[in-house]
Design a protein around this ligand. Structure first.
Ligand code: 5GP
Length: 183
């Protein structure tokens, strides 16, 4: 598999999704992968748009058939993975591909495809990240504690990435990505 792939990663709740959405609004020609996940849909999430919501058995089958470019167990509960075939098709069609995934997955993609561009979206500070995690309000206290633990580990790996973009001001973060991607 070869072509222009950018992995956008970073800690839980850093705002990766918001940054990627804003980037794609500016550049609708970008192709963003839709991940498979075993987690249940949140209110408002649409099958095939936000995620492919699959059962544990279906996820096992995707792994067994080598159908995933990478996958990870996130927060010790749910599995998430990037279906390989759509990425291959997008690259064959000459599209610039964006993978918005967590850090374990980013590491796997970099190992499999060393030519990919990896970008770590960092929070302005640990305090800011904690505030965002708490502010989202969609998790139970136990889920929140687990997410904080995950985020702490995720922050430590920033230097493995090709680039770091601080998500303080959304417009500035998007502008930096536009430059990194040569758009
Ligand atoms: P959420 O459940 O909040 O939508 O996502 C949880 C985490 O999983 C986020 O950090 C998100 O970036 C990550 N994620 C989403 N899709 C994938 C994927 O296909 N692979 C990996 N490794 N992580 C993913």
């Amino acid at each position: 598999m070869s072509g222009d792939v950018t992995v956008i990663s970073g800690p839980t709740a850093v705002g990766k999704g918001t940054v990627v959405r804003a980037l794609c609004e500016k550049h609708p020609d970008l192709w963003v992968s839709v991940s498979a996940t075993t987690r249940a849909p949140r209110p408002g999430e649409v099958e095939g748009v936000h995620y492919l919501f699959v059962s544990d058995d279906e996820f096992d089958e995707l792994i067994a058939s080598d159908g995933l470019l990478e996958w990870a167990l996130v927060h010790g509960t749910d599995r998430y993975g990037t279906p390989a075939a759509p990425v291959r098709a997008a690259l064959a069609a000459g599209r610039k591909v964006i993978l918005e995934i967590e850090v374990q997955g980013a590491r796997q993609v970099k190992q499999r495809m060393p030519e990919v561009r990896t970008v770590f979206i960092a929070p302005p500070s640990w305090a800011a990240l904690k505030e965002r995690l708490v502010g989202r309000g969609t998790e139970t206290p136990a889920q929140m504690a687990r997410r904080l633990r995950t985020a702490e580990g995720e922050l430590a790996v920033a230097d493995e990435f090709d680039h770091v973009v601080v998500n303080d001001d959304l417009g500035t973060a998007v502008a930096q990505l536009v430059e990194l991607l040569g758009l």
